[in-house]
Design a protein around this ligand. Structure first.
Ligand code: EPU
Length: 419
């Protein structure tokens, strides 16, 4: 396996272009199963989760043509199986979207229990509650989920928890159902709006995505014959904003939707950074040690949990003591043990972490424990004095396109080495 070798400390400076959103792409790809036709998807991020999804779709009978590294045409007229390959689906979390889309298309689905980053317990009870309300029978056992229905009928579903995955999955299952489905207490993340926009472009009738009540009027068929461009990745943009703050650099981030980044912008201004927005570009620069801050992660439009480790790096070297409360995941502070190896002073307990700001970090071998932890450790390596080695890159490659190349263009001394 590869590792990244980073020589710090570097103030990042320059321009970076944001890729398509991972968490939108991994929902839009399975959503193509609902189409009985051909569609083209642009601005796909070139990441391993996307490659895995394409392999799964092909095994189900989809015909995929790569027009460019970021654009594919998918023909889903000949889907011949509702059983997804268990060994691939159990490798990553977003495979759970196959349940909603196969159920919608074939009225049955067999999918391996989803794997993915270890962030603590990751139940899918709200997904199952939604499928059952639509009329499906769902069984979980022997490492797989089996769902089937004679027919799916629209109904009102109240989500007990605000869940990105359950909101999208129920939306997928109800697009071709008979009648109207209402999802109450829906999640509002930008990728939920993106999946709804994609489905509407292909012929669905979904209203209210981006609010906490989504209405899906079932349609008999999605015909496709359209092109859709994936929304820019909010979390990748936020990662570079926080890299600018932590490295006391000056980064101009292109192809982002500034509205999606409001909670991050507000927090980094509080931390002493400067932010200038101009259309789909955002410039972030910071001339001093970041100020201390208090951060609480929340569903959108709150501060995203997927940027919690990255802001953790800036707080580790901030002037004063900070706290982070993680309200989404049980176990998202594993990266703090790695930062402590680099000289940080962080005490994590349960869903809170206390950061005693230190003046600087020093290089060390560290291990990416999950995708966003990996991004945070790269930023830490760039900021730290001396050499840092980041191991377990497969986590990072799942969700960031060409991350070391993008950081290298900003001045980071970073290289990928085969171990
Ligand atoms: N939850 C339940 N029951 C459910 C579903 C969720 O209790 O049926 C709980 C979870 O345990 C968690 C909370 O609800 O405590 C929120 O989970 P959610 O369902 O929103 O998360 P997810 O859909 O599994 C997506 C992203 C994550 C991101 C979260 C929160 C994808 C593929 N994954 O996960 O992204 O952290 O939403 O925004 O979209 C990442 O990109 O690094 C990542 C982990």
């Amino acid at each position: 396996m590869d590792k990244l070798v980073i020589n710090g400390a570097t103030k990042l400076k320059g321009d970076v272009v944001i890729s398509g959103a991972k968490n939108a792409a991994v929902a839009i790809l399975p959503a193509t199963l609902l189409i009985d036709g051909i569609c083209t998807i642009e601005n796909l991020p070139h990441i391993s989760d996307v490659t895995l999804y394409c392999e799964i779709l092909e095994s189900l009978g989809a015909k995929i043509t790569w027009n460019t590294p970021h654009e594919i045409t998918i023909d889903t007229r000949n889907i011949h199986s509702a059983q997804a390959p268990l060994e691939i689906t159990s490798k990553f979390r977003a495979s759970y979207y196959l349940i909603g889309s196969l159920l919608g298309r074939c009225k049955e689905a067999v999918v391996g229990l989803p794997g993915g980053c270890n962030l603590g317990a990751r139940p899918i009870d709200q997904h199952i509650k939604g499928f059952e309300a639509l009329g499906a029978k769902v069984d979980v056992g022997q490492g797989k989920i089996t769902a089937s229905a004679k027919k799916l009928t629209g109904t009102s579903i109240y989500m007990d928890i605000v869940s990105v995955g359950a909101t999208i999955n129920v939306m997928l299952a109800s697009v071709l159902a008979e009648g109207t489905t209402t999802i109450d207490n829906a999640a509002k993340e930008p990728h939920i709006v993106d999946v709804a926009n994609f489905l509407n472009t292909m012929g669905a009738d979904i209203r209210g995505a981006g609010t906490d009540m989504i209405k899906i009027h079932g349609v008999p068929k999605l015909t496709g014959n359209a092109t859709y461009s994936v929304v820019p990745d909010q979390i990748e943009a936020g990662t570079f904003m926080l890299a600018a703050v932590a490295s006391r650099g000056d980064i101009t981030i292109h192809n982002c939707i500034t509205k999606h980044l409001e909670s991050v912008t507000a927090k980094i201004i509080e931390m002493g950074a400067n932010v200038q927005e101009d259309g789909d570009t955002i410039r972030v620069w910071c001339n001093k040690r970041p100020n201390r801050a208090t951060v609480k992660t929340l569903p959108y439009p709150g501060f995203p949990t997927d940027l919690q480790p990255q802001i953790g790096v800036a707080l580790a070297i901030a002037d004063g003591n900070s706290t982070i409360n993680e309200s989404i995941w049980e176990s998202r502070f594993q990266y703090t043990y790695e930062l402590n190896k680099m000289g940080a002073k962080i005490t994590a307990q349960g869903k809170s972490a206390f950061f005693e700001g230190v003046k600087s970090l020093s290089g060390s071998p560290v291990f990416a424990t999950d995708l966003r932890a990996g991004a945070a450790l790269i930023i830490a390596g760039i900021v730290a004095n001396g050499t840092t080695e980041v191991h377990n890159l497969d986590h990072i490659d799942r969700g960031y396109e060409n991350i070391e190349e993008k950081f290298r263009k900003l001045g980071a001394k970073i290289k990928r080495v085969s171990e």
